[in-house]
Design a binder for this molecule. Sequence first.
Ligand SMILES: [Zn+2]
Length: 285
Amino acid sequence: MTPTKKFFKKNRTLILLVAILVLLLAIFIPVELKDKRVDNSKTDSDKKSNSLPPVIVSDTRNKVDVPILMYHHIRIYNNSEDKIGTNLSVSPENFKSQIDYLKSNGYTTISFSDLLNYPSKKLPDKPVIITFDDGYNDAYTNAFSLLKQNGQIGVFYVISGFLGRPDFMTASQVKELSDNNMEIGSHTVDHPSLITLSPTKLSSELIESKNSLEAIISKPVTSFCYPSGKNNTTVDDAVKTAGYLSATTTYSAISNTSEDKYILPRLRINSADSLKSFIDKILNK
Ligand SMILES: [Zn+2]
């Protein structure tokens, strides 16, 4: 028997085991790699077909909290037959104490452009966004001058088809707000529930309001607010397609720089809020 044959005879079991191991590796390593490729392509096709909720990949390492406050009326109003209107009315006195609190506690009001420009552009310490829904005349009369005096910014979501109606701002007031550094956003033409509209009507509500507000202020209108907070993925996509860069909802939470910019949550401030409950809301207590 030659030395080679002797070696094989002596180590037969070991050689057999090594051969089986090599065979197993040859089978399983390609399967594992293939599985990974399948996973990736599945994610891509899901994104395209929209059959699953989109996976939001955002960098949360430098996440900054940005409370977005939601106001409607700034007025003294208490009508037992109009509970909703009463609830949505913050008195000018309470509004002033809330605004003064923000100012004296180091908060800086920012616009949605500031939020979207992060992290390319830094945000101030303790950023906050103040929004007013519907374009009520009392928001112009009772909020604008206070914000202006304090060097603060507010975002006014205007229903373009309601301009000039009783209780609503006029086009020239909207222009004055914009000329004084306030942001003007769209809140549709007629304030319908967007989730019930045909695709044609949906896009006209979004595009016509944008165009008419831009004609008034001679600036791009890129911020949107869903009427009554009603949205779904079809509506969100239509808002994006119409050219808006952000949209706010009525979901209640403190927003931050990692949120999906088309479903930004807000904090509702209403008539029942004391200064303490206002502070608790923005501190998430
Ligand atoms: Zn509204």
